[in-house]
Design a protein around this ligand. Structure first.
Ligand code: GLU
Ligand code: MG
Length: 454
């Protein structure tokens, strides 16, 4: 279908559904979903020409402060240009549609500070190597209820136990609505369960080609937050919403297919990883210290990456090892090749999913290009090894904070080259401003600023 036909179809569907507004959404460099909505009368035209947006927006932080980036100020525009293939009717907002947008130049050409455009470019790179990257983000989130007269104003919904059916009962109305709303938007729900922390939920959705998987996470976050709100509750995707509660991961599962969608290049019929898969994994591990600045992207992220929280604190990989940054998930019996996949645990929902996934692809492809060998798998909790055992096995601790991760990203030539100069420097400027904003080491300020931002 041509772009014009796809746009016509969106207008037709929107009119037939009686929509009044359609939101053009994007995820900014600090992980915040933003956008503008068009009235229905102008929808057809704006699907073609986009909606204007100040060029400053990619310099904004999660506190709405503008980072000092050359050219990002009051003068100049970009366009929010929707991808009509992403259009959905929002089940959680009356008479409202959602479409995900690229940021483009005013002439509608590619804009080098757009995360979605970056991920497309990385998908093209993979395609040039004959590969399609499949992915799924697996978000955890904390369902919260108002805390009468106390600060903070919200508290975890319950104190239910991990996987407990009582936790399911307590959250069932919201979760049922979330599942219905996700499926109405074309996401396929895989599994649901309450997780370890009070009010913590995990609901996974089916994998998809990389760009689509990142789009899904944006739609997912929009949906969960809004549905919770309609129930008088709130959903936190913060990596660490409360000091005394487990963190929320947003593990990134990935595998490779050939361009016909066949999984044989990644795993054989027994589910064993191919040489190519191991090289890709080795690339991800090699670049992990810098990649983490993209996947664990907030100041708050580093409160989650501590030993023995099942979030990973070390650069290591292993089979079903939940303390390793990279876990090779065991495939399902009878569908071994199709279900073989690898999980990056060092990822959370404060990341811009397009940057996180694009960075992962760049890292993995570098592993393939250089035919990197992964170190031996680790079959124990790396934290229990002695320092010298870890050193001998090449197991290193993750960067301790966002500043250290940014430093690693800065030094990673492969990731810098993949991002391109303008995206890399703008990203750095935004994150540096966050570091400054939270430099006072006031934990309450930091938790409050992150708790409901993503
Ligand atoms: N909540 C853990 C994290 O922060 C993950 C627990 C698990 O699913 O194994 O990543
Ligand atoms: Mg989990």
């Amino acid at each position: 279908m041509s772009g014009g036909q796809a746009a016509d179809r969106v207008v037709e569907t929107a009119r037939a559904a009686g929509l009044r507004l359609v939101r053009f959404l994007y995820c900014d460099l600090d992980g915040v979903v933003r956008g503008k909505a068009t009235g229905i009368a102008g929808l057809g035209q704006r699907l073609q020409s986009g909606i204007g947006l100040t060029v400053a927006m990619q310099g904004f932080t999660l506190l709405d402060r503008l980072a000092p980036v050359e050219g990002m100020g009051p003068v100049g525009e970009v366009r929010l240009l929707p991808d009509p293939d992403t259009f959905v009717i929002a089940p959680y907002a009356p008479h409202t549609g959602v479409v995900l947008a690229d940021l483009t130049t005013p002439q509608l050409g590619p804009y080098d500070v757009c995360g979605r455009t970056f991920l497309r470019r990385m998908e093209d790179r993979a395609a040039a190597a004959g590969l399609r990257v499949m992915a799924a983000f697996e978000p955890e989130w904390t369902l919260c209820r108002p805390a009468d007269d106390r600060q903070p104003a919200w508290e975890p919904l319950d104190r239910s136990l991990c996987f407990s059916s009582q936790g399911m009962d307590g959250a069932q109305d919201v979760v049922d609505d979330v599942v219905g709303a996700l499926e109405a938007q074309g996401l396929v729900v895989e599994q649901y369960y309450p997780e370890l922390g009070g009010g913590q939920q995990e609901l996974s959705v089916r994998h998809a080609p990389a760009l689509r998987a990142a789009d899904h996470l944006v739609l997912y976050r929009e949906t969960v937050r809004a549905v919770a709100h309609r129930h008088g509750l709130a959903a936190s995707f913060a990596p660490k919403p409360w000091p005394d509660q487990p963190g929320n991961g947003c593990h990134l599962h990935f595998s490779l297919r050939d361009l016909d969608g066949e999984p044989g290049c990644f795993a054989d019929a027994s589910g064993a990883m191919s040489r190519l898969a191991r090289q890709f994994l080795a690339g991800v591990l090699e670049h992990l210290p810098g990649l983490i600045a993209l996947t664990c992207a907030s100041v708050n992220s580093y409160r989650r990456l501590i030993p023995q929280a099942w979030a990973s604190a070390y650069r290591a990989w292993g089979y079903d090892n939940r303390e390793a940054a990279v876990r090779v998930a065991s495939p399902l019996r009878g569908q071994e090749a199709e279900t073989a996949n690898v999980e990056l645990k060092a990822c959370d929902a404060s990341a811009n999913p397009y940057l996180a996934l694009g960075g992962l692809i760049a890292a993995g492809l570098d592993g393939i290009e250089r035919r990197l060998e992964a170190p031996p798998p680790v079959a124990v909790d790396p934290h229990l090894l002695a320092e010298d055992e870890r050193a001998a096995a090449g197991i290193t601790r993750h960067p301790a904070n966002l500043a250290q991760a940014l430093e690693q990203l800065e030094q990673d030539r492969v990731l810098q080259e993949a991002l391109g100069e303008r995206l890399a420097t703008t990203y750095r400027a935004v994150k540096e401003l966050d570091l400054q904003s939270f430099a006072a080491d006031d934990p309450d300020l930091e938790y409050d600023a992150h708790r409901f931002r993503f």
